[in-house]
Design a protein around this ligand. Structure first.
Ligand SMILES: [Zn+2]
Length: 419
């Protein structure tokens, strides 16, 4: 066993920092986490004195695209480099994301199950993965990406990532089954266009009909999958919430319809605002994307505030992939800059995020029986949220009891309470 003592503890439940804490780990699981005075451990336990450091749960990003490199059409189609090179780049992204403190990621599309299997086998380092594999939309929607000439991707780069286009309730049901077959843990779908959609298909434009969304959620539920829905604004946003989508991704225009926020709070619908991607789109994307992103930043912040007031669970998600990898904690910082308290933002990326990922029994908070997925930080992120983005301040990244970053000064010799 191993015990960290003299730590400041953030347990991921949103309560105040516990000073003089002890976290006891046995193998891959936590035995206890709380005030040191209440902790005991057996003889032979490795005692690590982390005086002055803070222990918190590993971070969770609930909206990432780990296999995406940029928004370029040729890149999306896998035409710009050998497939093997692309996969190796993705493996590097997985490692970098873990080393940045992210011990779990819900991938929102584009990552096939081979990467998850490789991480679970110990072949490559990476976060725990919750997969959606592909994105469902109707013809002309988010998953339907023809070239400007009207051509479609001439071949499937990866047979384990089905094209997500489906029409009609029967077609949608079949596509949900196909996604589940290739390893989707959750079913991702879109009911509106997005900031990176093709020109002429915007964020307020609806995708799917009510009958299709009803069939999609029914089939997902029958297969034991929750759903995550890309919905930015307009009638498609309302349709997704009314139909009972598990989480709303982006949701920029929620402030326009306060009754939707009440419905989300009542139903327990998660809200994943993904500010980081809009900050990117509002500066350096294609002209039609810059215009869209800038127009929605203000209302997006208002939606965040109103969602918090309404009691909606807000979750950190970056929508990384097209613009950057490994700076996922920027989203947590933005949530604070846009009005959340640091502890609320930390919860959005730990305890609440684990609920959104469907892994709350195993991760998200530091409690007995959960996996030892934790960070040890030089400083207190509840006072200075920027610490989470500073690699020099991240002294340990531990996943399942195994340290992937470890620059904690070794100091032992403190008295060892024996049980
Ligand atoms: Zn996305």
């Amino acid at each position: 066993m191993k015990v960290f003592i003299n730590a400041s503890l953030i347990d991921g439940n949103g309560g105040p920092v516990i000073n003089d804490a002890a976290v006891l780990i046995d193998g891959e699981r936590i035995v206890s986490a709380g005030p040191r005075a209440a902790a005991t451990w057996p003889e032979g336990t490795e005692v690590v004195d982390v005086t002055g450091l803070t222990i918190m749960p590993g971070l969770i990003d609930c909206h990432d695209h780990l296999a995406s490199k940029n928004y370029d059409m040729a890149s999306r189609w896998g035409l710009t480099e050998p497939t093997s090179l692309g996969y190796l780049r993705t493996a590097k992204v997985l490692e970098e994301t873990l080393l940045a403190g992210y011990t779990c990621v819900r991938d929102a599309g584009g990552l096939d199950i081979g990467f998850k299997e490789a991480i679970e086998e110990g072949l490559i380092p990476g976060p725990r993965l919750v997969l959606t594999v592909g994105i469902l939309s109707p013809t002309g929607g988010l998953a339907d990406r023809p070239s400007p000439s009207g051509h479609h991707n001439p071949f499937h780069v990866d047979a384990r990532i089905p094209v997500g286009v489906a029409d009609g309730p029967d077609g949608v049901r079949a596509k949900v089954r196909e996604m589940a077959r290739v390893g989707a843990d959750q079913i991702k779908f879109a009911t509106t266009g997005g900031a990176s959609s093709r020109p002429g298909h915007g964020t307020m434009d609806i995708e799917f009909g009510k009958d299709e969304v009803k069939a999609l959620i029914e089939e997902s539920t029958a297969l034991g999958r929750t759903t995550m829905c890309h919905a930015v604004g307009g009638p498609g946003l309302r349709m997704a919430i009314e139909a009972g989508a598990g989480s709303i991704e982006h949701g920029c225009y929620l402030a326009d319809d306060p009754d939707l926020l009440k419905m989300m709070a009542d139903q327990g619908t998660f809200f994943v605002p993904t500010f980081e991607v809009y900050e990117f789109h509002s500066t350096v994307s294609a002209p039609h994307m810059i215009a869209r992103a800038q127009a929605l930043m203000d209302v997006h912040q208002e939606s965040l505030h109103k969602a918090a007031e309404a009691g909606v669970r807000i979750i950190a998600g970056t929508d990384a992939g097209g613009f950057v990898h490994g700076d996922n904690a920027k989203e947590v910082e933005i949530l604070v800059n846009r009005g959340m308290t640091p502890m609320q933002a930390i919860q959005a990326a730990t305890g609440l995020a684990a609920q959104c990922a469907g892994l709350q029994k195993d991760i998200g908070t530091l409690e007995p029986g959960k996996f030892a997925d934790l960070l040890i930080l030089d400083g207190d992120p509840s006072k200075d949220i920027t610490i989470l983005r500073n690699r020099d301040k991240i002294k340990m990244v531990m996943k399942g009891g195994e340290a992937f970053v470890n620059t904690v000064p070794v100091a032992t010799g403190s008295p060892q309470p024996v049980s």
